[in-house]
Design a protein around this ligand. Structure first.
Ligand code: FES
Ligand code: FES
Length: 158
């Protein structure tokens, strides 16, 4: 018997018959073609696969599909429609925090949640929040600067 599982994906109700034991990152990329969610390490170390699950930054390589049942999942594609996305993108650009871009979707997901919960983070708070997102290109000072810039510019955007 085929089991269907439903959840909310970027604001829309979706369902899938994929096995419950498949990883969420695979469902997002292979079935829903949301390629902004990257797979780097596949082991919970790099943050490239970060999504929001019920608003919390979540590593989709560590989540099995069954855990997504009835949850609200937001990927970088969904965040593009959110208030403030342009501010985040511009801040990362202005700070030179994007080179190859592989880590950037995950970085922005984490930043969005950080600034939602801590609108005026100090450097320690930023570095702590971003510790699970690795970047092999830019060095972390530019990413910290990007998050600070976004915090300064965000106003009440989200
Ligand atoms: S791919 Fe998920 S943490 Fe690296
Ligand atoms: S910009 Fe290349 S990994 Fe971060």
């Amino acid at each position: 018997m085929t089991t269907s599982l439903s959840f909310t994906l970027n604001g829309e109700s979706v369902s899938t018959t994929a096995p419950l034991s498949v990883r969420l990152v695979d469902v997002l990329r292979d079935e829903f073609h949301l390629m902004g969610t990257k797979e780097g390490c596949g082991e919970g170390e790099c943050g490239a696969c970060m999504v929001l699950m019920n608003g919390r930054p979540t590593l989709s390589c560590l989540v099995l599909l069954g855990a997504a049942k009835e949850k609200e999942i937001v990927t970088i594609e969904g965040l593009r429609n959110a208030p403030g996305f342009a501010i985040l993108a511009q801040a990362f650009n202005d700070a030179g925090a994007v080179q190859c871009g592989f880590c950037t979707p995950g970085m922005i997901m984490t930043t969005y949640a950080l600034l939602r919960d801590h609108p005026e983070p100090d450097e320690t708070t930023i570095r702590t929040a971003m510790a699970g997102n690795l970047c092999r290109c830019t060095g972390y000072s530019m990413i910290v600067e990007a998050v600070s810039l976004a915090a300064q510019r965000r106003g009440e955007a989200w």
